[in-house]
Ligand binder design. Structure first.
Ligand code: CAO
Length: 455
């Protein structure tokens, strides 16, 4: 047993962040990667995980303290196994805010788990009040506030703060009474509908979250009754990206337009470019051209490069393009910054580097933040079309599948053309179907003849 100091690891762009939650106390036994404290900046909140397993000897931070990278969080009597080398750079997030999973074991210290940005939470409207039993007791301003910090994730805390919901009065339906986003929404519904529900009534509501949307409960099936099964806990990225994907799927009125682009000439150019650049070691894939073509389309149709903020649209005058990358730990979305200012070779090189970092679980928050539009390409794998889920607070995402030769009618005869399937999902609160069809048509024209970018 050795005493080790657990410090704040790389927390990305943030200089000083406030401690808003202390999750352990002296004497507690903590596991490797267990969250110790929650810190919050004006942009995001994240949980700082333990770099070692062991018993907490001394806490070195308290609520309200400001900490930065390298600050001492606590002293731990470490178990021999599970010790890590020390603070590692932050390794987070996927769609919206999923965290990359550093390689398990002693080699890497865990990274902070970022929570969705306020903007991401703010675009989500609460569901309309329903007659279904809300999970939380309605707001009672005369009730004495509960003591102790309510059990909720940083993203839920932020969400509650933005809605002005007193978390101490919300009944949690999650594991060990943890308050979920659905609980906060249900609380808001109950207050807005002017209904009052006793804590006893609320306690009877089944856990799950779907009830808040007025849905019937999730089916409970004893799978083992039908054959052998094995249970495995979801990985960290899956858990975090799942929550974000769920929110985005439920809260965005999304529509997908499918189209095809003729990339016959572009593919020939790509192959020739790769031959010419063989020695430089930079391989150009269709995705680099797609990024560049999307920037042109985003410039022509700026609402696709915007975000909803209440009743306002925020038009971004920068073009940072996220691309979904499949990694052994799950899906992450690194971002090519200022793609409008970069050539195809530079984009290809950066993509290669980011995809490598993603696979190694080494992406930092800066690598994955600021996207204004995302491309999800399954072109290297296959398929025809799919419906990607928008990466909030973005308002559109392009899905791309594998190109294939098809007979295309040119007015006189069928000719073989290489066709690329495109699937554009867009937020109907911001974009209309006609604009989406025009976006896809223009994107197709650019891909068919890249000279259009110069017009
Ligand atoms: N049509 C036909 N072939 C394509 C293609 C397309 N649209 N896109 C890529 N290819 C080819 C490439 O040219 C390459 O061919 P060669 O091996 O012959 O040179 C091969 O497919 C593999 O490409 P790649 O996948 O390595 O490269 P990429 O730039 O297309 O994609 C990356 C990089 C990181 C985005 C990709 O590896 C990846 O992770 N894709 C999965 C993304 C994903 O999971 N999306 C779903 C999100 S929703 O769950």
């Amino acid at each position: 047993m050795a005493l080790v100091e657990v410090k704040v690891p790389d927390i990305g762009d943030f200089d000083e962040v406030a401690v808003i939650e202390v999750l352990v106390k002296p004497g507690d036994t903590v596991k490797l990667e267990q969250s110790l404290i929650t810190v919050e900046s004006d942009k995001a909140s994240m949980e700082i995980p333990s770099s070692h397993a062991g018993v907490v000897k001394e806490l070195k931070v308290k609520l309200g303290d400001k900490v930065k990278e390298g600050a001492l969080v606590l002293v731990l009597e470490a178990e021999a196994a599970g010790a890590a080398a020390g603070p590692a750079p932050a390794v987070p997030s996927a769609p919206a805010a999923a965290a990359a999973n550093p390689a398990p074991g002693p080699a890497a210290a865990p990274a902070p788990v970022p929570a969705p940005t306020p903007a991401a939470a703010a675009v989500a409207p609460t569901a309309a009040p329903t007659a279904a039993a809300p999970l939380a007791a309605a707001h009672n301003p005369t009730a004495a506030p509960a003591t102790g910090l309510p059990h909720a994730s940083p993203s839920v805390r932020k969400f509650a703060r933005e809605l002005g919901v007193p978390l101490a009065e919300v009944k949690g339906s999650g594991a060990k009474g943890r308050i979920t986003q659905a609980d906060v929404q249900a609380f808001t519904q109950a207050v807005m509908a002017g209904t009052r529900q006793t804590a006893a009534q609320a306690a009877k509501a089944p856990a799950g979250g779907g009830e808040a949307l007025g849905l019937i409960p999730w089916p409970k099936v004893d799978f083992a009754k039908f054959g052998p099964i094995e249970r495995k806990e979801l990985g960290r990225i899956k858990k975090i990206s799942g929550a974000n994907l769920f929110r985005n799927a439920v809260m965005i009125p999304a529509v997908t337009n499918h189209d095809d682009a003729d990339i016959t000439e572009l593919e020939a150019f790509r192959v020739a470019t790769n031959k010419e650049n063989e020695k430089a070691g930079v391989k150009v894939t269709m995705l680099a051209f797609l990024i560049k073509a999307c920037v042109a389309a985003l410039k022509k149709f700026p609402e696709f490069n915007s975000s909803l903020d209440g009743d306002e649209l925020v038009y971004k005058q920068y073009w940072h393009i996220g691309f979904a990358a499949d990694t052994p730990n799950g899906l992450v979305v690194p971002v090519i910054k200022n793609a409008d200012q970069k050539g195809i070779l530079q984009i290809s090189q950066e993509m290669g580097e980011l995809a490598k970092k993603a696979r190694e679980g080494k992406l930092g928050p800066a690598d994955m933040s600021g996207a204004t539009f995302t491309i999800s390409s399954l072109g290297g794998i296959g398929g025809r079309y799919f419906t990607p889920i928008i990466n909030a607070p973005e308002v559109a995402i392009l899905g791309v599948c594998k190109s294939q030769m098809e007979p295309v009618w040119n007015g006189k005869e069928f000719v073989p053309r290489l066709m690329l399937p495109l699937s554009l999902t867009w937020d109907h609160r911001v974009i209309d179907g006609a604009a989406a069809a025009r976006f896809n048509a223009y994107l197709g024209q650019v891909l068919a003849d890249f000279r259009r970018i110069m017009l």
